[in-house]
Design a protein around this ligand. Structure first.
Ligand code: ATP
Ligand code: MG
Length: 331
């Protein structure tokens, strides 16, 4: 069956004073109906850029250079602005971490959600209000709080309201960019529990950006790892974490503190490449403990390494022999 979202060969750049910065390069990604996909990678690797590109809310200095974003079989890259608008919120919605900015401080929370419904659906004001209260209840906010202003809500409640707004039109795809990063762990867990319950009822797919690997392990059956604007590895979350196929994923894993282990976490030395002038070979080569001369000259392609698993590495086939060496402190 056709995936809900299918991104192929997507490249995008930001105009900068030094020239275009290659923020997304040949992104290939698929997401099935009802599926959860985690997107991880260090700060600046392009996670938010990818979500904004899919949502069609890129800043003015950004442009799509190549590729396709097929949503329900229709390409969004070549879609007209009207077609794009029709998909936004009703087809694809987005939850970001800056919940404070997403709510208008001078309007009651319930009115903001009801307005979103009225703007897209032919329903009466009374019906929109009834739906708003139902939505708030679904995300765990008492319906009578619909008459409150955002400042009367706690941070967790505001984030729940944002999620209610994102689900108001029952979109098949929800993009979430660090949706709970600003909240404490207990509230974060509660919100994810409600999200999963809602998913059972509504059946949406979730593309989740997070720095928190534990959240991905708990909530996403598949994960995609990004590095310097590229997908470097994708596959079932458990398999990818247990046996990474890319040296960067291995580095991420070794950088995590391990429960019950005396081994010190080892951060990946170095930093990401300059996206205005990316290296000719593998973008990770300069930091990779296993880089060969080939890696510095030839860019690897995202290739299938096992059923359902892909990695962008010349040495992916040797990774099992190399992996133990990555756990040794670098000298
Ligand atoms: P984080 O985890 O910190 O949120 P990210 O993975 O979401 O990082 P992006 O925000 O997508 O990363 O940024 C990707 C790259 O694009 C970075 O190098 C960033 O500096 C650059 N970038 C982002 N927005 C712009 C912009 N409006 N103009 C120019 N460069 C930008
Ligand atoms: Mg981001």
């Amino acid at each position: 069956t056709r995936p809900l979202l299918s991104i192929a060969g997507l490249s995008a750049s930001y105009g900068t004073p030094r020239g275009p910065a290659s923020a997304l390069a040949q992104i290939d990604l698929e997401l099935g109906k009802g599926e959860n996909l985690g997107l991880i990678g260090e700060s600046g690797c392009g996670k938010s850029t990818l979500l904004k590109t899919v949502m069609g809310v890129m800043p003015g200095n950004a442009r799509i250079d190549a590729g396709h974003i097929a949503f329900q079989g229709r390409d969004l890259v070549s879609a007209s602005p009207e077609q794009r608008r029709a998909v936004r919120w009703a087809g694809i919605s987005m939850v970001t971490q800056s919940a404070l900015n997403a709510l208008n401080p001078v309007l009651r929370v319930g009115d903001q959600i009801a307005e979103a419904i009225l703007a897209h659906r032919q329903v009466s004001r009374a019906e929109a209000w009834r739906r708003t209260q139902e939505l708030l209840a679904m995300v765990g906010v008492a319906p009578e709080r619909a008459r409150d202003y955002p400042h009367q809500f706690s941070g967790g409640m505001r984030q729940r309201a944002i999620i209610a707004m994102a689900l108001a039109l029952e979109p098949p795809l929800v993009l979430a960019d660090e949706p709970t990063t600003a909240l404490d762990v207990v509230v974060q867990d509660q919100i994810f529990r409600s999200l999963r319950e809602l998913q059972q009822r509504l059946g949406f797919s979730l593309l989740l950006v997070t720095h928190d690997l534990a959240l991905v392990i708990e909530n996403c059956e598949r994960v995609a790892v990004m590095y310097a604007g590229q997908i470097v590895e994708t596959g079932p979350t458990r398999d990818v974490i247990r046996r990474p196929a890319h040296p960067y994923t291995l580095g991420l894993k070794n950088a995590l503190p391990r429960l019950g282990s005396r081994d010190e976490p080892i951060a990946i030395p170095g930093g990401p490449p300059d996206l205005v002038d990316p290296p000719p070979g593998c973008r990770f080569a300069a930091r990779c403990p296993f880089a060969l001369p080939l890696c510095r000259s030839e860019p690897p392609q995202l290739a299938t390494v096992a059923p359902g698993r892909r990695a962008r590495c010349h040495r992916a086939a040797e990774i099992d022999a190399l992996a133990p060496l990555a756990a040794l402190p670098q000298t």
